[in-house]
Design a protein around this ligand. Structure first.
Ligand SMILES: *[C@@H]1O[C@H](CO)[C@@H](O)[C@H](O)[C@H]1NC(C)=O
Ligand SMILES: *[C@@H]1O[C@H](CO)[C@@H](O)[C@H](O)[C@H]1NC(C)=O
Ligand SMILES: *[C@@H]1O[C@H](CO)[C@@H](O)[C@H](O)[C@H]1NC(C)=O
Ligand SMILES: *[C@@H]1O[C@H](CO)[C@@H](O)[C@H](O)[C@H]1NC(C)=O
Ligand SMILES: *[C@@H]1O[C@H](CO)[C@@H](O)[C@H](O)[C@H]1NC(C)=O
Ligand SMILES: *[C@@H]1O[C@H](CO)[C@@H](O)[C@H](O)[C@H]1NC(C)=O
Ligand SMILES: *[C@@H]1O[C@H](CO)[C@@H](O)[C@H](O)[C@H]1NC(C)=O
Ligand SMILES: *[C@@H]1O[C@H](CO)[C@@H](O)[C@H](O)[C@H]1NC(C)=O
Length: 215
């Protein structure tokens, strides 16, 4: 296909350019991007929902609980379903990230699931309106497998996710304007007995839509 390395590089370079406010701007790959400092207890602690990913996530109901230990470690518990069609959040994972003061390099996070371990390289890219946290990730050492993700506080809206995605697409090649997979968060539950005491999350947007349908 590509006649020479130079032509290939030129092709790749032109693909990763986007038009931002009439100016051509280069999008950074996950490997090139600068991460936010993970050590931000005030802003990053507590519960997050993964609301979108590009390419689409293969599971649903992804919830993260983030805590900090002695200002040196970020502790993360993750739960999600086992497939994109299941709403039962029965897969549990955790990570204990040893922070490097002031680091903006991202972290090679060891994610523990039972007695299994997977390494995922993670960068946090944009923190928007105290509500959305965009980032990118790739497994192992292969940055070409990277994906963009959007985490959100429980008060997110479908419109906000779209805006956050468009914003990220201007700077980072893992995001494409208007192309992302929503991570299902509606009607998720924690155990087969837990249908009534579930993790159910109805975003403002959907709650309103449901109210309108019922009215
Ligand atoms: C924590 O996040 C806030 C909001 O984005 C930012 O103003 C602050 O500089 C961050 N602190 C660190 C240590 O990065
Ligand atoms: C993670 O889960 C463990 C076990 O349930 C719990 O003790 C710990 O407080 C949780 N950590 C966070 C940050 O939620
Ligand atoms: C996290 O790792 C540190 C060592 O870096 C360890 O001292 C601490 O006990 C660990 N915390 C948890 C909850 O695993
Ligand atoms: C885009 O993201 C930046 C943070 O990188 C934020 O300051 C800005 O408000 C965001 N813009 C919109 C329209 O959300
Ligand atoms: C969502 O809640 C957070 C607190 O968790 C708050 O700081 C933020 O302003 C809220 N966002 C919106 C869009 O209301
Ligand atoms: C992350 O750590 C794992 C295990 O040590 C290693 O195989 C992988 O290459 C590392 N990834 C990066 C991007 O450094
Ligand atoms: C953040 O807030 C600004 C100002 O209210 C708004 O223009 C922007 O769309 C918001 N961004 C997101 C992602 O909701
Ligand atoms: C994501 O879901 C919202 C409804 O919550 C829908 O309006 C939007 O089209 C979906 N976006 C994508 C990219 O699938």
């Amino acid at each position: 296909m590509c006649k020479s390395v130079m032509i290939c590089l030129a092709l790749v370079a032109s693909i990763s350019m986007v038009l931002v406010q009439g100016q051509t701007q280069t999008q950074q790959t996950c490997a090139q991007a600068t991460s936010l400092d993970f050590n931000n207890q005030t802003y990053f602690s507590g519960q997050w929902f993964e609301v979108a990913r590009n390419p689409a996530a293969s599971v649903a109901c992804i919830t993260l609980n983030v805590g900090f230990w002695q200002n040196t470690n970020m502790l993360v518990n993750v739960s999600h379903s086992s497939s994109s069609t299941s709403l039962l959040a029965d897969v549990h994972e955790s990570a204990n990230i040893t922070l490097v003061a002031g680091s903006t390099a991202g972290y090679n996070v060891s994610i523990v699931k039972g007695n299994q371990q997977e390494h995922v390289f993670i960068k946090l890219l944009q923190f928007v309106n105290n509500t959305y946290l965009t980032g990118c990730r790739y497994t192992g050492s292969d940055a070409s497998t990277s994906a963009g993700f959007i985490l959100a506080r429980s008060n997110y809206t479908a419109e906000g996710v779209k805006i956050a995605n468009t914003n990220a697409s201007a700077y980072y090649s893992n995001f494409q304007a208007s192309t992302y997979g929503n991570v299902t968060q509606l009607n998720c539950y924690a155990s087969s007995a837990g249908q009534t005491g579930p993790l159910t999350l109805i975003s403002g947007f959907l709650a309103l839509a449901l109210l309108l349908i019922k009215a």
